[in-house]
Design a protein around this ligand. Structure first.
Ligand code: ATP
Ligand code: ZN
Ligand code: MG
Ligand code: MG
Length: 463
């Protein structure tokens, strides 16, 4: 990519989240991730080029030095901070504006700093299978928090029984964020039990909200519609997927084939999520794997031994999420201890690495944090850092890119039971690994009690 010869016609709108807008290159498997800011505080959000570049470099450092060692080398692509010509960025912003969903237009793309994060386009495969005539499929899952807190600091019993995602659904419904409850429960996805995982993915397909998307050849073909009234068109999705999952000569049609195709998709996703070279297992503690709000049949929850293959993507994400061992209720007093300390010794802010730099020694503060509270500032800071890292892992997305391969040049074709059914190769990555701001901890604390209180009021009127 030649930064001095950037042309907006080589880039197109790809997607966006709450913090950033992503454009993809039309020829190469690259994306640019640009920051957004809210139109309300446009004044405050203007950063100089140097500040913006520093901010993006911080994201790169954090992915590379902190999240990559925790989540695994093979899953994380940290990308590169780049400075783009301002003219290019302004043209790009005009070009993508009409493609943006209305619900995201409360924020605007940063066209002032010219800084961006350049990443590989994970919805495309830049490797071997590009000869293949079928464009790659990519499934994006934002799994959210996969365990129930066991911290003794938790004051509301319900938090040991119903997971955060399921409680948050009721809150979002009441505040008009979504019009229907999702039946997805992260504890089902992280359970390691194939049946529970399949149901979790089925529920994601039924109500994707912002937790599920499918791309074909780099284009998003399935996600939540902006108009929340519209139910997802699952049959249309199945049409897209049919050539990948049904033998070419299949006579099956209509509803029956949709079911088969979606079921095949779900099975591929489950295998990708559980794939690992390590034969060992991580056993999940009994108390943490069942959410009472999940609608799965009780027998399915009761009679299974829950474990994840060690080092599969779910195991890595869950392990990192569980660095939040005290829950926000146990963390908040430690946050206050840090705040007090910073008031007394403001100069220590940088040596304690409150706002970075996200270096090897930041990771060491996380890994060497004492297990028991010895009253020290090191303990408090270590726990605050751990909490923030866990927050990142609760907010990341998993990208599963699938390519069909081998059916034409298949060596073992004669041995196959269904010779015309494609085989798949997949690659799994994790994205959206931004550091979560230290300052947002008090907000997290207030939000937690709002969500829990709302849940108690709305679902258990007699308690
Ligand atoms: P959130 O609101 O979830 O925090 P965000 O604003 O931090 O989102 P991202 O999640 O990083 O932004 O990016 C928004 C979307 O752009 C993603 O959900 C994904 O669909 C797409 N995207 C981001 N990075 C890549 C990439 N490297 N390759 C392909 N698609 C990407
Ligand atoms: Zn749940
Ligand atoms: Mg995201
Ligand atoms: Mg994000």
């Amino acid at each position: 990519m030649e930064l001095d010869k950037m042309d907006e016609n080589d880039w197109k709108y790809h997607g966006e989240g709450n913090k950033s807008l992503v454009v993809s290159n039309v020829q190469h498997a690259r994306v640019l991730r640009l920051l957004k800011y809210s139109t309300e505080d446009a004044e405050n959000s203007h950063k100089t080029t140097e500040q913006a570049f520093r901010h993006i470099q911080n994201i790169v450092d954090y992915s590379q030095n902190v999240m990559k060692p925790l989540l695994g080398e093979k899953f994380v692509h940290n990308g590169e901070a780049v400075k783009l010509p301002l003219d290019f960025v302004r043209q790009l912003s005009l070009k993508v504006q009409q493609e943006r969903p209305e619900s995201r237009c409360d924020k605007v793309m940063d066209t002032f700093s010219g800084c961006a994060l350049c990443l590989p386009n994970l919805t495309q495969l830049s490797c071997c299978c590009s000869r293949e005539h079928r464009p790659p499929l990519c499934i994006e899952i934002k799994p959210k928090c996969g365990f129930l807190p066991s911290s003794r600091h938790v004051t509301k019993e319900i938090k040991h029984k119903v997971c955060r995602f399921c409680m948050h659904q009721h809150f979002k419904l009441a505040h008009g964020k979504w019009k229907r409850l999702s039946r997805y429960c992260p504890l089902d996805l992280f359970s390691g039990n194939k049946q529970r995982m399949s149901l979790a993915i089925k529920h994601l397909i039924e109500e994707p909200q912002n937790n599920f998307k499918i791309f074909k050849g780099g284009e998003c073909i399935y996600s939540c519609k902006d108009d929340a009234d519209v139910l997802q068109d699952v049959d249309e999705l199945a049409q897209h997927l049919r050539p990948y999952f049904l033998p070419s000569g299949s006579l099956m049609n209509g509803h029956q084939s949709s079911k088969v195709v979606l079921n095949e998709l779900i099975q591929v996703i489950v295998s990708a999520l559980l794939s690992s070279w390590d034969p060992r297992k991580t056993h999940l503690s009994e108390g943490r794997v069942r959410c009472e709000a999940s609608l799965l049949h009780r027998d399915l929850l009761r009679n299974t031994n829950h474990c994840l293959p060690k080092d599969c993507v779910l195991d890595k994400i869950l392990g990192t999420q569980m660095l939040d061992s005290l829950d926000i209720e146990g963390l908040n007093p430690l946050f206050k201890r840090v705040e007090q300390h910073l008031q007394d010794f403001p100069k220590e802010r940088s040596s304690l690495q409150i706002d970075g730099p996200y270096s090897q020694s930041f990771l060491e503060k996380i890994q060497n944090c004492p297990t028991e509270d010895d009253g020290s500032i090191e303990y408090a800071v270590g726990k605050v850092h751990q909490y923030r890292v866990a927050m990142t892992a609760k907010d990341c997305s998993i990208m599963i890119t699938i390519a069909t391969c081998g059916e034409e040049d298949g060596l073992d074709q004669s041995l196959e039971i269904q010779p015309s059914k494609p085989h798949f190769t997949y690659s799994v990555s994790i994205l959206d690994l931004d550091p979560k701001p230290y300052e947002s901890i008090p907000h997290q604390s207030r939000l937690d009690s709002k969500i829990v209180n709302h849940y108690l009021r709305s679902t258990l009127p007699n308690n």
